[in-house]
Design a protein around this ligand. Structure first.
Ligand code: HEC
Length: 151
């Protein structure tokens, strides 16, 4: 006997895995160095244009519909006085720009759903995603740990 919801979940996981595999089928970075974070986009596995950190900073500080809030008002910039507004809002500072870009593309394209973020992302252009993720990726975040070589 087959449990349909189990089967459905299996399908969803399989298609997510496929989507991720498709995203990373391009050039794979040799490793995530601090240069990856600090110099913004050089190569992108999400197929985006090169990002501009200064343009991204401006964008991240611009109030936008539908809530008339800027990205940094919710996500912070990770200086001690600028943490995310609450525990369910992730820290974007210092995360790999490609990871953030994939997330935004998924919200925009309906592959990841969240009542708030799907609306924030629905009109973003590829260039805006590249810029804003280059900016957040360039910020310091001492709370993230690099797990390379841990095991
Ligand atoms: C009103 C608050 C709010 C605003 C404004 C907002 N976000 Fe978010 N964002 C959230 C929340 C809450 C989540 C967690 C959603 C989830 O659980 O999927 C999130 C998730 C994300 C993620 C996924 C992070 C991860 O680790 O997977 C990214 C990337 C992101 N936001 C980028 C942005 C950008 C760029 C902007 C500005 C264009 C923005 N957000 C504006 C609240 C906000």
């Amino acid at each position: 006997m087959t449990n349909p919801s189990f089967f459905k979940r299996g399908l969803a996981i399989a298609s997510l895995a496929l989507a991720l595999a498709a995203c990373s089928s391009g050039e794979v970075p040799a490793g995530h160095s601090s240069a990856d974070r600090n110099e913004g986009h050089t190569k992108s596995s999400s197929g985006l244009p090169a990002g501009n950190i200064a343009a991204g900073e401006k964008f991240a500080n611009t109030k936008r519909p539908p809530t008339n809030q800027a990205c940094v008002e919710c996500h912070g910039t990770n200086s001690d006085s600028k943490l995310p507004i609450d525990p369910v809002t992730p820290r974007l500072a210092g995360q790999y720009h490609d990871y953030l870009a994939h997330s935004l593309q998924m919200y925009r394209d309906g592959d990841r759903a969240h009542a708030l973020m799907s609306l924030q992302a629905k009109d973003l252009t590829d260039q805006q995603i590249a810029d804003v993720t280059a900016y957040f990726g360039s910020l310091q975040n001492d709370k993230l740990r690099d797990l390379h070589g841990v095991h």
